[in-house]
Design a protein around this ligand. Structure first.
Ligand SMILES: [Zn+2]
Length: 183
């Protein structure tokens, strides 16, 4: 039986299971990078973006692991967001809230890079400036993938344990910033 490496589980439910590992890995890496809770939630929540952009509902519009899995494009997005902080041009309250919660324009493209970091470990690999990069450590859905995701989650858990007091500090600082003037 020939099994499509990525869609090996066959169903949308199966893909959701596979995406859970992307979510765990991306969220964990964001935690380890010391990002704010909002940025971590975004990195985890949008971690399947490169796969999701390939389809509209059940219809595939872009061949699998082609343009949406080109690392250069996601890096270009990050560079663009760092160079031109377009989120600052949102309505002032929204822009201030996002920036107060530690979210930056370049972070919009970060889930793509984190997703590709996970896919690069599989035989299907990703594209890096047109060339295929596939480390082939495990196939999508194999037990090793769960182990890798779990290791990242444990590392992030340990990290959170040590940074929670710092985060609480930051939350009270943000609260004071927003509500201080009303007291
Ligand atoms: Zn993918």
């Amino acid at each position: 039986m020939v099994v499509d490496e990525e869609c090996g589980h066959g169903t949308f439910g199966g893909r959701a299971v596979k995406w859970r590992n992307h979510m765990l890995m991306s969220g964990s890496i964001a935690v380890l990078c010391g990002f704010s809770p909002l940025a971590v939630a975004y990195c985890a929540g949008a971690s399947a973006l490169p796969d999701q952009l390939e389809t509209i509902g059940p219809i595939r519009i872009i061949p699998h692991r082609t343009i949406t899995h080109e690392l250069g494009l996601w890096l270009a997005g990050i560079a663009l967001g760092a160079w031109f902080p377009f989120l600052e041009h949102l309505p002032p309250l929204l822009a201030a809230t996002l920036s107060g919660m530690g979210f930056r324009s370049w972070m919009l493209f970060l889930p793509g890079v984190l997703h590709l970091a996970g896919d690069a470990l599989t035989p299907g690999g990703v594209r890096v400036f047109g060339r295929k990069l596939a480390l082939g450590l495990f196939r999508t859905g194999e037990p090793v993938e769960y182990v890798v995701a779990f290791v990242f989650a444990v590392a992030a858990g340990i990290d959170i344990y040590f940074i929670v007091p710092d985060v609480l500090d930051r939350v009270s600082m943000i609260k004071a910033k927003f509500f201080g003037s009303f007291q």
